[in-house]
Design a protein around this ligand. Structure first.
Ligand code: G3H
Ligand code: 13P
Ligand code: ZN
Length: 343
């Protein structure tokens, strides 16, 4: 199956009332882990690459790995998405390469750190929407700012400084025409999200519900959605790691989100933890080993397990065969006719 449009995947998820995990990758083993999990659970899937991932892998390698994935797993609808694009140029280069979906994260300025104004965010996101839709490519925008910093990206802080304002969310969607909207509800990127199991004072599910009431037809996106399970932390620490106690987003809260319009759920940290724990275990238990396959195989298997579990928990499992892919050229025509109808 060719790479498909994220808009189609999320429209189908909305019809079926489920969420779709969007998993970050940097290399072949991570892509394989996700594809194996998708096959096992019969799930449609979104694979995403950040700017850091594109630089690390030389994104052409990543793109061709994605083509291999679509060829080897023809029964799986597969989206290739740019995570946290920081500028028009970053989004354009992803579209030129063949990504079928891009995130323009205009909530931050181009430095990826300084919160942008509403007007700046609208201006750059709108420009990306025009280009992307002309090419049949999906756009995710972001309003409000997440906490945390990963690989130099992020505003820092706890995530409570810039929680999304529902009124601004409505205006943002009207003014930009994005297909999906990432919102900030007190979450942050990375492993250190909360210092205890989060309650309503730190995880603002009420804000999410309010946004969904105002924008019932918009696909909402939850970033920073790793659950940071204690079992994964324990494996790392048992084999010489030094993680401090921490809490992530409970899966039940994500499921509540899914019942309230969340269609895309971003998960990276949980997979990083699973991979690191598996590798540490091999290094500690069999220090005589030095063939990378001896630790990359268990690492890939550990990530597959986490991804398959999330696919089941988010409800996408069993939906891979529900629909035939709409060619990107057809999406292009649909966006063009929507634009004419809106005039
Ligand atoms: O939102 C960030 C993702 O977890 C990707 O992180 O920028 O370190 O690749 P990265
Ligand atoms: P986590 O750090 O919680 O996995 O979030 C990943 C993310 O939001 C990628 O955009
Ligand atoms: Zn994110």
């Amino acid at each position: 199956m060719p790479l498909v449009s994220m808009r189609q995947l999320l429209d189908e998820a909305a019809k079926g009332g489920y969420g779709v995990g969007a998993f970050n990758v940097n290399n072949m083993e991570q892509i394989q882990a996700i594809m194996e999990a998708a096959r096992e659970t019969r799930s449609p899937v979104i694979i995403q690459a950040s700017r850091g991932a594109r630089a690390y892998s030389q994104d052409k390698f990543l793109y061709h790995l994605m083509l291999a994935a679509s060829e080897l797993y023809p029964e799986i609808p597969l989206v290739m998405h740019l995570d946290h694009g920081n500028s028009f140029e970053t989004c354009k280069s992803a579209i030129d390469l063949g990504f079928t979906s891009v995130m323009m994260d205009g909530s931050l300025q181009e430095d990826g750190k300084t919160p942008a104004t509403f007007a700046e965010n609208v201006a750059v996101t709108r420009k990306v929407v025009q280009l992307a839709h002309d090419c049949g490519v999906t756009v995710e925008g972001e309003i409000g700012v997440l906490g945390g910093i990963e690989d130099g990206h992020g505003a820092g802080g706890t995530g409570l400084e810039h929680v999304t304002d529902p009124n601004q969310a409505v205006e943002f969607v009207e003014q930009t025409g994005v297909d999906a909207l990432a919102i900030a509800i007190g979450t942050s990127h990375g492993a250190y999200k909360f210092s205890k199991k989060p309650d309503g004072s730190v995880l603002k599910m009420d804000v999410l519900v309010a946004i969904h009431k105002r924008l019932p037809n918009v696909h909402l996106v939850m970033h920073g959605s790793s659950s940071v399970p204690k079992e994964l932390q324990d494996v790392i620490n048992q084999y010489g790691g030094k993680l401090k106690p921490t809490w992530g987003v409970p899966v039940e809260e994500i499921q509540l989100g899914i019942r309230n319009g969340v269609r895309k759920i971003n998960v990276d940290t949980d997979n990083r933890l699973a991979i690191t724990g598996a590798i540490r275990k091999v290094f500690v238990e069999t220090p005589e080993k030095f063939d990378p396959r001896d630790y990359m195989k268990p690492a890939r298997e550990a990530m597959k397990k986490v991804v398959a579990q999330r696919m089941t928990q988010f409800g996408q499992a069993g939906h891979a065969g529900d629909y035939a892919p709409i060619p990107i050229a057809e999406m292009k025509k649909r966006y063009a006719s929507e634009a004419v109808a809106a005039k």
